[in-house]
Design a protein around this ligand. Structure first.
Ligand SMILES: Cc1ncc(COP(=O)(O)O)c(C=O)c1O
Length: 405
């Protein structure tokens, strides 16, 4: 039987191949250090968990909630934007709470895409950016991910030569997987370009709070006039270590927000009310929870760069996100990122995400997530050192760490 039309547009996740090897190795007794998926390992701060437990005791919170989010939560998100970015938002018309930013992004794609519409999408990028639009019947044209002067020439070509003209442009800075950070000047140029060509801008700002330098990642909505064409998505998942809670936001242009809210009103009844109340408390907090999460990732980043560097793999330190985007070492470049990732699982007991899973332009890289503690990251460095040293004598000499495998 032929595969369903929609399912044909969703090839199996590349990452599954590494996951399968990981499961097999673990079943054979290996201690795999898992730096593959971007699944935060830190517990949600206790005060947020306590709030959830308190609110869930009230049976009135057990009913259907509101699809676009309870008013207090939307107000808290508007306050966050005012505090952090100096951006004023109307919580009634310019803010929608989503079931994680991924759901918000995918349903925005459903809301705005007609069959065959062209969308400009960075490559490599977080898969939903492309697949959200592919599922919605759109067509993807890849653009550069580097947020500098290299961005604009391919973008102009893409707009000039796409038929029909692109409807939307996707931005994601700090970037998953590359960890590139955009400046406000870059956003100003993008917004000017998009306004000129009447193109919608969708900015994924999931890593707004996971940064390590003095400069805070800006919001695209800080640019004058951005609200005429742009929507931005943020997430509680990384900022407050709440990935399983499924809370995120879309904010910005009123017409786009209304379109998303309309689609959602047909699909969901909103997140469970106690989750929304606890999320409201988190957003209204004094920032100390965020500071702690940030400093843990910062320390892990430093340990990763140091211990992998000592093992012989020099990695550019990421300025933001919970990932390092590491060039596959020279000797392994020809095998591609997927085979190299499999080799790391089998021979070094380390799982990473192959760059090819984020798009064809990612194949010279792997993504290393900071989701194990410092001790485990150091252990990964030692495993790597042994692997790279044994491999120096040729691929046939690579020894597994565990003789029983
Ligand atoms: C760039 C980016 N956007 C969105 C998400 C998903 O976030 P959420 O949990 O809010 O759906 C992730 C998670 O890894 C991400 O890396």
């Amino acid at each position: 039987m032929e595969e369903f039309h929609k399912v044909r547009r969703l090839p199996p996740y590349v990452f599954e191949q590494v996951n399968r090897l990981k499961a097999t190795a673990r079943a054979a007794g290996a201690d795999i250090i898992d730096l593959g998926m971007g699944n935060p390992d830190l517990p949600t701060p206790q005060s947020i968990v306590d709030k959830l437990c308190e609110v869930v005791r009230d049976p009135r919170t057990h009913r259907y909630s509101t699809s676009k989010g309870i008013p207090g939560l939307r107000r808290a998100q508007a306050h966050y934007y005012a505090r952090r970015f100096g951006v004023k938002l109307n919580p009634d018309t310019e803010v929608v709470a989503t079931l994680g930013s991924k759901e918000g992004f995918a349903n925005m794609a459903q809301a705005i895409t007609a069959p065959g519409d062209v969308v400009l999408c960075p490559n490599p990028t977080y898969p939903i950016h492309a697949f959200g639009f592919l599922m919605a019947g759109g067509v993807i044209r890849s653009i550069s991910v580097e947020p500098d002067e290299r961005f604009f020439a391919p973008l102009e070509r893409a707009v000039k030569h796409s038929i029909p003209k692109p409807i939307a442009l996707i931005l994601n800075y700090p970037s998953n997987p590359t960890a590139h950070v955009a400046t406000l000047d870059f956003y100003k140029d993008v917004i000017a370009f998009a306004r000129k060509h009447d193109i919608i801008v969708l900015s994924d700002l999931a890593y707004s709070e996971i940064y390590f330098g003095d400069e805070q990642p800006p919001s695209v909505l800080q640019v004058d006039g951005a609200k005429d064409i742009a929507v931005e998505f943020t997430s509680m998942s990384k900022t407050f270590s709440m990935p399983g809670w499924r809370i995120g936001f879309a904010v910005g242009n009123e017409r786009l927000i209304a379109a998303l809210a309309r689609v959602k009103s047909y699909l969901d009844y909103g997140a469970f009310t106690p989750i929304q109340v606890a999320a409201t408390q988190a957003l209204n907090g004094d920032g100390s929870d965020i500071e702690e999460v940030r400093s843990i990732y910062h320390k892990r980043r430093d340990v990763l760069i140091e211990s992998f560097g000592k093992a012989g793999w020099d990695i550019t330190p990421p300025e933001a996100t919970m990932f390092a985007w590491a060039k596959v070492p020279e000797a392994y470049q020809s095998m591609g990122s997927l085979e190299f990732s499999k080799l790391l699982v089998e021979k070094a007991d380390i799982a990473v995400a192959p760059g090819i899973g984020f798009g064809e332009q990612g194949d010279d890289y792997v993504r290393i997530a900071l989701v194990e503690n410092e001790h485990r990251i150091r252990q990964a460095g030692r495993n790597l050192k042994r692997f790279l040293a044994s491999a120096e004598h040729g691929p046939d000499n690579i020894v597994s760490l565990n003789a029983h495998r």
